[in-house]
Design a protein around this ligand. Structure first.
Ligand SMILES: C[S@@+](CC[C@H](N)C(=O)[O-])C[C@H]1O[C@@H](n2cnc3c(N)ncnc32)[C@H](O)[C@@H]1O
Length: 472
């Protein structure tokens, strides 16, 4: 049995899905951050866990050939990055191996995980930033959260954002301190400013600032807005979001526009989109274009299809696809996002798309009950994945194909297992790295109904045989 404080040298067996190195002492697992597979590291035991021990990294005794120097001084303290110490090509291999492991543990043994489509910009890619505020005896602190905690790691330059965003963050923190805007203290339920959210259009350069507060009125609000507008002309809108709740969810349900229109605009895949504070917008612009192109190329559309774009956000996937199909229906739960989507269709003159504000599972069930004809279903649910009801209704609708985009391959694989039981099979999974330096990856699968799948195998087989006959 190991004791807290004990130091020992361990060999890292593998890096788990959370980016943590796993070593073994006899049969006990030891979990340690900042290490790579096959490295030998000196670690210090911290505490006993259910399935082993957590440990702190002392020093690397034998480094891996995949190791590189983490560039951020806050690496391992701030919870955002997990893989900065891993070279980029090794990050791609690791993400692929992680998804392959998930597939192997599922009933989808024939699903082949393709090589990761890597990012050309491994840093500076994030277009959305959330900074937390707190106060202690030493004063006001602002920055990002430590992993698995509500403790704030004071902000320095974050390399996942561009230089301008980092300058803006520093400037906003200085204004908060100068204007004595009191940070919200979660434990004492006192104070006002909880977070500041910044969103920047990658192409437009337009900036949105959302001040998330614990109450509606707060002193110096007018001065804060005036100062931001004076110093930052790229800021097109400032919104106050009021979150009264005791929760780790950042945004509350109440909003006041303090300056501008309440949204910014950006361009993606040739269309212009308006994006409101609570609407979803992918955080890596360049890789989102790669993701959409890859996903939509799998559909091989003929122009006569009716497509459902479920979990559609502000309508970006559906509107990129619309010129290539007969019609698209977007389904989205967030009413503000649906308002954005309707305006986005107008501003891009896309007239074969419409949007429904509803829970996607409920909508699918209604559609299945009314026996509507749908050719293709696109789904892009949140990290928690879709629901049994959605999949059941989708199978009743019998679309030719289901295109599933996900930021969580684990829940996607779980859902694909259910789809398989309904006759929808997928032979390949494509990965696109939207989140370099982190343990996350975006994945795409394309499933067709088993009878169609068999017919396509038969046709391919026939073509191969015909080729052979011709070659003879
Ligand atoms: C990962 S985002 C994808 C958005 C969009 N497809 C895109 O690429 O920007 C997931 C979206 O699903 C929406 N959503 C979450 N739960 C939902 C539900 N039960 N029904 C419909 N939409 C939901 C969220 O509001 C969010 O816009």
């Amino acid at each position: 049995m190991l004791k807290a404080g004990q130091k020992l040298n361990v060999r890292i067996a593998y890096v788990d899905d959370e980016g943590k190195g796993i070593a073994y002492d006899k049969r006990d697992a030891i979990m340690v951050s900042g290490v790579l597979a096959d490295e030998v590291a000196e670690v210090q035991i911290q505490k006993r866990l259910k399935q082993g021990y957590s440990a702190r990294l002392g020093k690397i005794v034998k480094p891996s050939k995949n190791r590189c120097e983490p560039v951020c001084p806050l690496f391992l303290r701030c919870g955002s990055c997990h893989l900065q110490h891993m070279q980029m090509n090794a990050q791609a291999d690791w993400k692929q191996a992680m998804v392959e492991r998930m597939v192997k543990e599922s009933s989808l043994k024939d699903l082949q995980v393709q090589n990761v489509i890597t990012a050309t910009n491994p840093y500076g890619y994030r277009n959305k930033i959330i900074i937390g505020f707190t106060r202690d005896k030493q004063g006001v602190h602002a920055g990002f959260y430590e992993e698995y905690s509500h403790r704030i790691v004071p902000m320095e330059d974050c390399l996942l954002h561009d230089d301008l965003s980092n300058q803006l963050i520093r400037s906003l923190i200085a204004m908060v301190k100068k204007l004595r805007i009191e940070p919200y203290q979660e434990d004492r339920k006192k104070g006002i400013l909880r977070h500041i959210l910044i969103r920047k259009g990658a192409v437009s350069g337009q900036i949105m600032i959302v001040l998330i507060t614990s109450q509606s009125a707060f002193p110096a609000r007018g001065q804060f807005v005036d100062q931001i507008r004076k110093e930052w002309p790229a800021v097109k809108t400032i919104i106050q979001n009021i979150n009264h709740r005791s929760t780790s969810i950042v945004l509350g349900s109440e909003e006041k526009v303090l300056f501008g229109s309440g949204y910014i605009e950006d361009e993606l895949c040739g269309n212009t989109y308006r994006i409101s504070a609570s609407s979803f917008y992918q955080i890596n612009h360049e890789q989102t274009e790669v993701l959409y192109q890859k996903a939509l190329s799998l559909l091989e559309t003929k122009g006569n299809e009716t497509v459902l774009d479920t979990y559609c956000g502000i309508g970006t996937i559906g509107m990129t696809l619309a010129p290539h199909v007969k019609q698209v229906v977007g389904v989205e739960l967030n009413k503000q996002a649906v308002k954005d989507a309707i305006q986005n269709a107008k501003r891009n003159h896309v007239d074969n798309i419409r949007f429904v504000a509803e829970d996607a599972s409920v909508y699918m069930q209604k559609l299945a009950a009314s026996r509507q004809r749908v050719d293709v279903v696109i789904m892009d649910p949140p990290r928690s994945g879709s629901t049994h009801q959605f999949i059941q209704a989708c199978a009743q609708l019998k679309p030719r194909a289901i295109l599933y985009i996900s930021c969580n391959p684990k829940t996607q694989i779980r859902d694909l297992e259910v789809f398989k039981s309904k006759g929808y099979v997928s032979d390949k999974m494509y990965l696109v790295d939207l989140f370099p330096q982190t343990n996350h990856v975006e994945s795409i699968s394309f499933s067709i109904f088993i009878k169609d799948a068999l017919r396509s195998i038969f046709l391919n087989f026939n073509n191969i045989m015909n080729d052979r006959v011709y070659k003879k």
